[in-house]
Design a protein around this ligand. Structure first.
Ligand code: MF3
Ligand code: CO
Length: 248
């Protein structure tokens, strides 16, 4: 079942999403060579608490941290660690959620660590653009598959591949709700979107082949070929005549 938010839920959802967005901006300030992903996690935790919210990922399905921090060939769900120290030239995806009065925001960005090469820059850029391609012309009455197809077409046209094992999702009272929002598929397929639904759209884009491996920690998802990957995510509200991006 896909939930349609009440006025009150939507008001709290907007605040959860603003705090999520602001947390990413706060973490971004600390991304430089020499800092550990554990320290970035602490920044996010403190910030979310300071805004009167709670970390939405911490203890969710047993996840042990506030953020996911995924470096280079790690696609998503990298667990913060004091042993992981950022190095110049890496790219790092930070995924975070803030929960406010029972509602969840969910968003991710991929950041450069210091100076990065042009290939990685383009990967980040195309991943971000694929999100905006995905929401083009989407409104109440559109199908989830319209988003999926627009993302896949754009990414593959640009020479990259789409991860298929993980996907976007409905988000609201729970971090993961119906519908599933894959980043590949056919226009006109999947669930129909209606005004008042909130979904997380999150393209995961590999520079090389689409295949992934899951690490023994039970969370970290990496590219099988060791090539870098990028991730970009926003929580969006479906409206009568379009979408509103709540975490931008
Ligand atoms: N954006 C992530 C996702 O949808 C948030 C969940 S991470 C988890 O997969 F660790 F909390 F599960
Ligand atoms: Co998500």
């Amino acid at each position: 079942m896909i939930n349609i938010l009440t006025e009150e839920e939507l008001a709290n959802m907007r605040i959860a999403c603003e705090i999520t967005r602001d947390t990413l901006l706060e973490v971004e300030k600390h991304i430089k060579p020499g800092i550990s992903t554990k320290d970035l996690d602490k920044v996010a935790y403190q910030y979310i608490i300071s805004r009167g919210a709670k970390p939405g990922f911490l203890h969710y399905a047993g996840y042990p941290a506030t953020i996911c921090a995924s470096i280079d060939d790690e696609i998503v769900h990298g667990i913060p660690s004091k042993e992981r120290i950022l190095e110049e030239g890496q790219i790092i995806s930070i995924d975070v959620g803030a929960k406010y009065k029972g509602m969840n925001g969910d968003a991710a960005r991929t950041f450069p660590v210091g100076k990065i090469d042009a290939k990685k820059k383009r990967l980040i850029d195309i991943t971000e653009k694929s999100f905006f391609e995905g929401i083009k012309n989407i409104k109440s009455g559109s199908f989830v598959g319209d988003i999926s197809n627009q993302i896949q077409t754009f990414v593959e046209k640009n020479g990259y591949s789409i991860v298929r094992e993980l996907e976007g999702h409905g988000v609201g009272k729970h971090l993961h709700e119906d519908p599933e929002v894959p980043n590949f598929g056919h226009a006109g397929s999947g669930a129909r979107l209606l005004a008042g639904m909130t979904i997380a759209i999150e393209p995961m884009v590999n520079m090389g082949k689409r295949f992934v491996t899951f690490m023994p920690d039970g969370w970290t998802c990496k590219t099988r070929d060791g090539e870098p990957a990028s991730h970009y995510e926003n929580t969006v509200l479906i409206t009568q005549d379009g979408v509103e991006i709540l975490t931008l």
